[in-house]
Structures are given as structure tokens and as C-alpha cells.
Design a protein around this ligand. Structure first.
Ligand code: ZN
Length: 294
């Protein structure tokens, strides 16, 4: 089964729901960044959330970035997603290793530490939107629910999970986001609380063979659900030699001249996907010429 996100609404449109299965996405990220199990879990969770959140926006060129800056050994995470389902990301320290948490799980909260979550949304408007909240647990799902409540005034429930195989590849990954409309009936809220009390973890549901649609039906047990679009999602990076050239030019003429004077080719790597681009001195000279043009 390839990765996808499904959108739904329920309880007479009082609840918005998004759910995703993202095993391939998390495994691709693991292979690119050679992440340790706890870093794979942290990055897989944030990638899943980013993909779902970007898919909530409709414009084609919309860009959503989730950035976690914590004082834990993982050294922060960055994820950028587009509304078309493509998502990319990296962690500061991919090799981070920690003993399991008290519950015997991968200690994502311990790896992330205390700090802030920042959400940047570029919706093609003049000013990009920025929202920032404190991390609650560093486990990412709770931190996002808190962000939705504080920054977007939306009551939400977020579930994210990454399960590893014994050989440390990704076995299951996925998640859901549930959002209540401001005027949701009390009885709907009570029913949801009841359903959540017995809701298995995301990875347990995926392990049981449940699809994103099944997860939504389980969350909405006893209430009506309407499914909308299904969107394929994948780890993908849109970096290119051209973009790297633009980044080099943006350093300024002085910097470029210094690189040329060193007489060595310049190597630029993409943080998101690890691709490398080499610029020989002649290429740098051409860039300097183009930078000189008004
Ligand atoms: Zn890249």
C-alpha cells in the first residue's frame, strides 16, 4: 500500500478529520538521513503531521514548514510540506541514541527536549503566517494539538506513530488530526472522548491492518462520517542545481569573489535530501557575472 492522506468530516460536519499512512515516507527519510530509531520516529511523526497539515490548505504553491527547536540531543527538526502531498525534512543529529522511555517506547520526547514549535505557512499572500508555541511533551502529537489550540484557536486531537522493525527499518507509520468546529455539540464531544478513551495507538491500528479510513471510522464510532479526497503523499525534495545557484548568488558578490580566489570547486549539499552539487571555479565566475548584472 502506498502512502496517502484522506480527508473526511463527521457528526454532521462538526468534526474535520485527516488521516494518513506514511510508511514509505518515513522509511525514505530514514534511508536518506541514516537516522537512528528514535530519530526515525521523531522525523517520521513530524513528516506525517506536515504532510497532513499542508494538505489542509488548497492553493497549489502553498508551503508549510514545521520547525522544532528543543534542548534535547536530537538538535531540532525541520519539515517542509506542500499542499500536493510532497514533504521533506531533516533532524539536527540523526544518530541520536537514547534508552527507551519508562513505557518501553522510543523516547522521542527525551530526544526533542524542551523548546518551541514554529509553524510557517506561505499561502501565497503578502505576509507568510507564523505561529509559535512551547513544546508540551516533545512527543510531537501533543505539541501540535497544543499549537492548534493556542495559535489557531482550534480544538484538536492529534495522533502520530512510527513503528520500527527489528532491523530498524520502518514497519508502520501514520497519523490523524481531528478538529472540532467552534460550535460542536456537547454530545459529540462526549462521544469522542469515549471513543478516544479506548482508541488504540496509531501504530497498533496500522498493525491491525486498519487503513486511514478505518482509523477515522474508529475515532468516529457511532457517528456519521463523510469521506472526501484521497491524496498520495511522499518524501520528495525539489532541490536543483538552479536553486543552489540562486543560493550562491544570494551570498553576495564579495563571498563569491572569495570563493573564486580560493581557486577550488565549491560543493553544496541539500540538507533535506543529501544531494550534492559541485560548482567549478568557472561556474562561480559565471555566477559572479550574473550577480553583477543589475
Ligand atoms: Zn534536496
Amino acid at each position: 500500500m502506498t502512502d496517502y492522506i484522506v480527508h473526511a468530516s463527521g457528526a454532521g460536519h462538526q468534526v474535520r478529520l485527516f488521516a494518513a499512512t506514511t510508511r514509505e515516507m518515513a522509511e525514505t527519510a530514514r534511508q536518506i538521513h541514516q537516522t537512528s530509531p528514535v530519530a526515525t520516529a521523531a522525523l517520521g511523526r513530524l513528516l506525517t503531521a506536515g504532510a497532513m497539515m499542508a494538505s489542509m490548505t488548497s492553493g497549489e504553491d502553498n508551503l508549510l514548514t514545521l520547525q522544532i527547536r528543543g534542548d534535547g540531543p536530537i538538535g531540532g527538526l525541520t519539515v517542509t510540506a506542500k499542499s500536493d502531498g510532497s514533504v521533506k525534512g531533516y533532524v539536527g543529529n540523526p544518530e541520536v541514541m537514547l534508552p527507551p522511555s519508562s513505557k518501553g517506547k522510543l523516547d522521542v520526547g527525551g530526544a526533542v527536549g524542551r523548546g518551541v514549535l514554529t509553524v510557517y505557512k506561505d499561502l501565497g499572500l503578502k505576509e507568510p503566517y507564523t505561529g509559535q508555541t512551547q513544546l508540551v511533551t516533545g512527543e510531537i502529537a501533543e505539541d501540535l494539538a497544543y499549537y492548534f489550540a493556542i495559535s489557531e484557536q482550534t480544538n484538536s486531537s492529534v495522533g502520530l506513530g512510527v513503528l520500527m522493525e527489528k532491523n530498524n527499518t520502518v514497519k508502520q507509520a501514520g497519523g490523524f488530526i481531528l478538529q472540532l468546529m467552534p460550535d460542536t455539540d456537547e454530545e459529540v464531544i462526549v462521544r469522542l472522548e469515549e471513543n478516544f478513551r479506548t482508541l488504540p495507538s496509531v501504530t497498533a491500528m496500522l498493525e491491525a491492518g486498519m487503513s486511514p479510513e478505518d482509523m477515522i471510522r474508529r475515532i468516529m464510532d457511532g457517528m456519521d462520517v463523510e469521506f472526501y479526497e484521497t491524496l498520495p503523499t511522499a518524501f520528495s525534495c525539489d532541490c536543483s542545481k538552479y536553486r543552489m545557484e540562486k543560493a550562491l548568488v544570494s551570498l553576495g558578490r564579495k563571498e563569491l569573489q572569495e570563493m573564486i580566489d580560493e581557486g577550488k570547486p565549491v560543493e553544496m549539499g541539500c540538507q533535506f535530501c543529501g544531494r550534492h552539487f559541485t560548482f567549478p571555479v568557472e561556474a562561480l565566475q559565471a555566477l559572479l557575472l550574473s550577480a553583477n548584472r543589475p
